[in-house]
Design a protein around this ligand. Structure first.
Ligand code: XIL
Length: 473
C-alpha cells in the first residue's frame, strides 16, 4: 500500500510533465527519447494501474513469464488463487500458499495487487452452497475477515462481489447466495470487507456491463445504494469483449459511475476473435484495445486496466468459447502483438515497445554507453522522467553463457532508487550494487534480460544515465 501510494504520488508529477510535452511547446525533442517503452513505465507516468491476471504455476516455473510480468505490469491479480475454492476449500481450513506467492511476487517487484474475489457463485466449494441462511452468513463473514485481514496493507483493492447480476434483462442472478440470503448478501459482504480492511478500495465486478444496458442499469442501482452507505469505492468492468464490439456507449457509461463518486476499473480485459487470427483481425483488435485504453486513460477516476492473462495461450478464452481466442497482448513466444503497441501508445508510451525500434536506445542523451569486452554489458535508459523522479529500464546482455550477473554504478547527483523490479542487491545508495533475481540470471551468449527501477531526484534536475559495469557472477 505504502509503496503503491508513493508510486502514485511520483507519477502525478510525471503526468504533468507529459502533458506539458504534449502541448508542443518546444519540449518535444527533449522528451522524444524519454518516452516510455514498456506498458509499466507508460502507465506509471500517467498514474494508472496496468495489471495482468497471473497463474501461480507459471509464476513459479517459467522465468520468461515472470520476467515479462515484472517488466510490463505494475499491478497483479490472481487469476484463480484468491478465489474461495483456493483459499478455503473446507470450512475454516485456509490455504494461502498460492495467494501468498502472488502477493510476495508483487511486493518484490513494486507492484500493487487487485484482489479477486470474495463472494461469487462459481469456484465456491459445495460446503458453502449447502448452508442455511444463518450459517451461510457466518461462513461469508468469516471468509472475508480472514482473507482481507491476511492481506491488509498488501492488497490495495478487492472485488468484493462478482457477477451478482444475471444476463436476463438486468434481473439479479439466481445464485445460491441470492436464494439463501436474499439481496442483502451484497450489503453484508461490503460491510464486512469495509470493517476488515478500511484502507482497501472495494469494488463490485461484472461482465457485459461495459455499455449502457439493462444489466449495467442494475449495477448502477446497486452501486448507488452501496455508495450511499460508504461501503463501495469502485465498479469493475470485466470487459471480456468480442472483436469489433467495444460498446459505443462505454465511455458515457463509465462516466455515469464516476459521477456517483466512484472509481471505475477495467478488471479482466480480453478481446477474442475466431481463430486463427489474420493480420486484419489483429489490426482491428489493436484498434479495440486502443479504444478501451484511451477511455480509461482519459478518465481521471479510472484506476487502471487489468488484462486477463499474459499470452494468448495463457487465456481462459479458447477453453470457454471454443473456436475463439488470440485475445491478449502477447503471442505464445512472448513477442508483442499489434494490440500491445496500441495499449502502449494509448498510455502515452512510444514506438512499438520492441527494443529494435525503441527511440531511447538511439538517443545518446538518455542512454548510457555500453562498456565493451566484458562477459556481459548493461545499459540504462530513462523511460519516463518527471520533475522529482524517473522510471528507468535496464538491459543486461550476455556476451558469454551466464549463470548470474552483477551490475554496479554510482549516481553523479541526488538520484536514488526508490523501488526496483527484476533486480536484487544493495540498491538505494549513491553506489548501486545489483544482481540478478533467481529467475533472470541464466542467459545464453547473445541473450538479454531487463530490469527496471524508479528513482527520486532533486526537483527539476535531469535524470542522469551513468555507465554500468556488468560482471558475470
Ligand atoms: C476464469 C479463469 O480465467 C479460469 O482459469 C478459471 O478456470 C475460471 O475462471 N470472470 C471472472 C474470472 O470473474 O474469475 C474468470 O476467470 C473469468 C470470468
Amino acid at each position: 500500500m505504502l509503496l503503491n501510494r508513493q508510486r502514485r504520488r511520483a507519477v502525478i508529477a510525471g503526468a504533468v510533465t507529459l502533458a506539458t510535452a504534449a502541448l508542443g511547446i518546444g519540449l518535444s525533442t527533449q522528451f522524444a527519447g524519454a518516452q516510455a517503452t514498456t506498458l509499466r513505465a507508460a502507465a506509471d507516468a500517467i498514474g494508472k494501474d496496468i495489471g495482468v491476471a497471473v497463474d501461480v504455476n507459471k509464476l513459479q516455473n517459467n522465468a520468461e513469464y515472470r520476467n515479462t510480468v515484472a517488466t510490463e505490469f505494475n499491478s497483479l491479480t490472481a487469476e484463480n488463487a484468491m478465489k474461495w475454492d483456493a483459499t478455503e476449500p473446507q470450512d475454516g481450513n485456509y490455504t494461502f500458499s498460492q495467494a501468498d506467492t502472488i502477493v510476495n511476487f508483487a511486493e518484490d517487484n513494486g507492484q500493487s495487487v487487485h484482489g479477486h474475489t470474495f463472494v461469487w457463485h462459481a469456484q465456491t466449494p459445495s460446503w458453502v452452497q449447502g448452508l442455511d441462511a444463518t450459517a451461510m452468513r457466518t461462513a461469508m463473514v468469516d471468509h472475508i475477515n480472514t482473507v482481507a485481514n491476511r492481506y491488509e496493507g498488501r492488497v490495495d483493492s478487492w472485488d468484493v462481489v462478482n457477477e451478482v447480476v444475471s444476463d436476463n434483462n438486468g434481473a439479479m442472478r439466481d445464485s445460491f447466495w441470492l436464494r439463501t440470503m436474499g439481496e442483502g448478501f451484497i450489503t453484508t459482504a461490503f460491510q464486512t470487507a469495509r470493517a476488515a480492511d478500511p484502507n482497501a478500495d472495494l469494488y463490485i465486478n461484472d461482465y457485459s456491463i461495459e455499455g449502457d444496458n439493462a444489466k449495467s442499469d442494475t449495477i448502477y442501482r446497486i452501486a448507488q445504494g452501496l455508495k450511499s452507505q460508504n461501503i463501495l469505492d469502485g465498479v469493475g468492468f470485466q470487459s471480456h469483449l468480442i472483436l469489433g464490439q467495444v460498446p459505443s456507449t462505454m465511455e458515457a457509461n463509465l462516466q455515469r459511475f464516476v459521477d456517483l463518486g466512484l472509481k471505475v476499473r477495467i478488471t479482466e480485459l480480453d478481446i477474442r476473435l475466431n481463430t486463427p487470427a489474420d493480420a486484419n483481425e489483429l489490426a482491428q483488435q489493436a484498434e479495440d484495445y486502443r479504444r478501451v485504453t484511451e477511455i480509461c486513460a482519459e478518465l481521471a477516476d479510472c484506476s487502471g486496466i487489468t488484462v486477463w492473462g499474459l499470452r494468448d495461450n495463457d487465456s481462459w478464452v479458447p477453453g470457454t468459447f471454443p473456436g475463439t481466442g488470440a485475445a491478449l497482448l502477447f503471442f505464445e513466444d512472448y513477442s508483442k502483438k499489434p494490440a500491445y503497441t496500441a495499449v502502449l501508445n494509448a498510455l502515452g508510451g512510444g514506438g512499438t515497445g520492441n527494443p529494435t525500434t525503441t527511440p531511447a536506445t538511439s538517443d545518446p542523451a538518455t542512454t548510457s554507453p555500453p562498456p565493451t569486452g566484458s562477459g556481459c554489458t548493461a545499459t540504462l535508459s530513462v523511460s519516463s522522467p518527471w520533475n522529482t523522479g524517473a522510471t528507468y529500464s535496464a538491459t543486461v546482455k550476455a556476451n558469454q553463457n551466464l549463470n548470474g550477473w552483477k551490475v554496479t554504478w554510482t549516481w553523479p547527483g541526488s538520484e536514488r532508487i526508490s523501488n526496483a523490479w527484476s533486480v536484487t542487491g544493495t540498491l538505494t545508495g549513491a553506489t548501486v550494487n545489483g544482481a540478478n533475481e533467481s529467475y533472470n540470471g541464466t542467459l545464453a551468449a547473445g541473450q538479454s534480460t531487463t530490469f527496471g527501477f524508479n528513482i527520486t531526484k532533486a526537483d527539476g534536475s535531469t535524470a542522469s544515465v551513468p555507465t554500468v559495469t556488468c560482471t558475470p557472477a
